[in-house]
Design a protein around this ligand. Sequence first.
Ligand code: ATP
Length: 324
Amino acid sequence: MSDKVKTIGVLTSGGDSPGMNAVIRAVVRSGLGKGFAVKGIERGYAGLLNEEIHDMNSHSVSEIIERGGTILYTARCKEFYTEEGPKRAAEICKEHGIDALVVIGGDGSYKGALALSKYGVRVVGVPGTIDLDIACTDYTVGFDTAVNTAMEAIDKIRDTSSSHERCSIVEVMGRSAGFIAIACGIATGAEDILLPEEYDGNEQAIINRVIENRKFGKKHHLVINAEGVGHSTSMAKRIEAATGVETRATILGYLQRGGSPTCRDRFLGSLMGNHAVELLAEGKTNRVVAIKDNHLTDFDIDEALAMQKSVPKDWVQIAKNLVR
Ligand code: ATP
């Protein structure tokens, strides 16, 4: 592989997130601006192995910044967990003249990028996930849109819950990280917020609070439950049986992934996509773009993957303090 990058590939991988299109647009336009050829790869690593590769020009990314989802589609790809998958993918990159790849996705996607880099393809990751669970960065593209979508839905559920004096459990996304739950919980004034990192399974404590709050005169009780805790429907039945308060569960599900990205996701997605191209232009590889303390920066992929992140304990305490 020659020293200088000539052609950049771009793909989206793992779960989609609003704002991925802003990143793709920035990669294409910044790449072209630096004199690179840019190729779009559809359906993540699966599409790379199937050679779903096409040239991109400035017009290819017209009128996409305001669109949710990803114009390149996304997929998961089992072959990438094998020795053969990344090796074959690197050969395909070579055949198509792709010497560098921008991978927009989460931690799993960076592991795939790392495997590919072992065969000589330069790689840069950009954090695109609604979960905010990438440890090296304070922000991941898609989080802001997802929490605003969830917050608006929860506000509506809260209106009808108050009218009927119900308890409501709303399940939001977040399998192992509770960032969406804590942000939505604080923003909607939830009485209980159940995080995968924190919840100890003490349902009796929730039941006691529902009863206490009723005595105190509260007309409703809102529980925000993270997907990683789950069991919202059975939990609702048990809470209703124990308290006598009508309790309904709503699982927000995939609607949290869709919709037109917020300004924050378009803006930061654009900066991050541009940064990825700048790194490649500087001859760097195996980096993940990040935002730390309001500054655009980047980390070695290995270093980024070794970092840990969970919801700060003080946010959990603040959430509790604010509903008293
Ligand atoms: P999110 O979790 O936000 O949906 P992600 O990028 O972490 O995003 P994953 O499904 O974990 O999503 O990874 C996306 C793809 O990256 C996988 O389908 C697989 O092709 C590749 N990948 C993940 N982990 C590895 C690994 N350890 N080695 C090689 N490739 C991997």
